[in-house]
Write a protein of this length. Structure first.
Length: 274
């Protein structure tokens, strides 16, 4: 699984950056990283842990190493840090919800940007290893962009396809989350009465949630009031691409593409005893 190293720079003059600002930036950056890493891995448990391996003075620069937890499944430190940097770059530039950032990650990002005070003039995040160059700047502008990205602008009836990856059963009003398979964005799901046991049984499974969508000004779904939740077959059980090629003209004999695919599905059901 490897490790990822990145640099977090708190810009400012030596001796002018308060300890509160520096420690606050580290805390909230760690909160964002943990949320993004969980989304990347599809796990409901903590999958990575960050370690400070170097500190430089002037503008305070912390070199952080992100390692997988010993028993973590699906942890990907490098991709998690890449998504962290790219997501912050996106929401710094515009009021748009980034992939792999749930509400908690966005609110922690907002708190991190809020620490740009007390001598801190801005933040820089830079990936130090891996095959890609990733750097972004963060300013207090991010605060307003997060607020606008989460602000409801309209509602619509519709649905989302994805996997159940969050369950908050401890809050006064339990809720769960689905990772939209098209946008890769986590979406909060609310119901009048959440069936906690059922949601636990669906964790990591592919579902379709239908209900009232809450959209931001860019038309992105921020929440859904779920009216109906249906489990779907895993994408891993779909017809393999080599066989699907036969659905194209010239490869199906005298059958239409629809008849060809239907025959494949019938064959699959018989081979699995269904």
């Amino acid at each position: 699984m490897g490790v990822a190293r990145f640099e977090l720079i708190v810009q400012g003059q030596s001796g002018e950056i308060s300890l509160d600002a520096f420690s606050g930036v580290l805390k909230h950056a760690n909160d964002v990283l943990r949320s993004v890493a969980k989304s990347v891995s599809g796990s409901k448990k903590r999958v990575v842990r960050g370690y400070v391996t170097d500190l430089k003075l002037g503008s305070l620069a912390a070199t952080l190493e992100v390692r997988p937890e010993p028993a973590a499944v699906g942890a990907d430190p490098e991709r998690s840090v890449l998504q962290l940097i790219r997501g912050l770059e996106m929401v710094e530039a515009r009021d748009e919800l980034p992939p792999d950032f749930d509400e908690r990650a966005l609110r922690s990002s907002k708190k991190m940007a809020g620490e740009i005070a007390g001598g801190a003039e801005g933040l820089t995040l830079r990936l130090l290893n891996g095959g890609e160059d990733a750097t972004t700047e963060v300013s207090r502008r991010l605060i307003d962009n997060v607020d606008r990205a989460l602000k409801p602008a309209s509602t619509a009836i519709g649905g989302i396809y994805g996997t159940v990856d969050v369950l908050n059963a401890r809050s006064k009003k339990p809720w769960f989350g689905i990772r939209d398979e098209l946008s890769r964005r986590p979406v909060r799901c609310d119901q009048p009465e959440v069936d906690v046991d059922r949601i636990k049984s669906l964790f990591g499974r592919r579902v379709y949630a239908h209900g009232q969508l809450t959209l931001n000004a860019r038309g992105q779904t921020t929440r859904i009031g779920v009216h109906d939740l249906s489990e779907l077959p895993s994408l891993n059980n779909s017809i393999d691409i080599e066989r699907l090629l036969g659905a194209f003209p010239g490869r199906t004999g005298d059958k239409t593409p629809e008849e060809f695919v239907r025959e494949l599905r019938d064959d699959d059901r018989e081979s699995h005893g269904n």
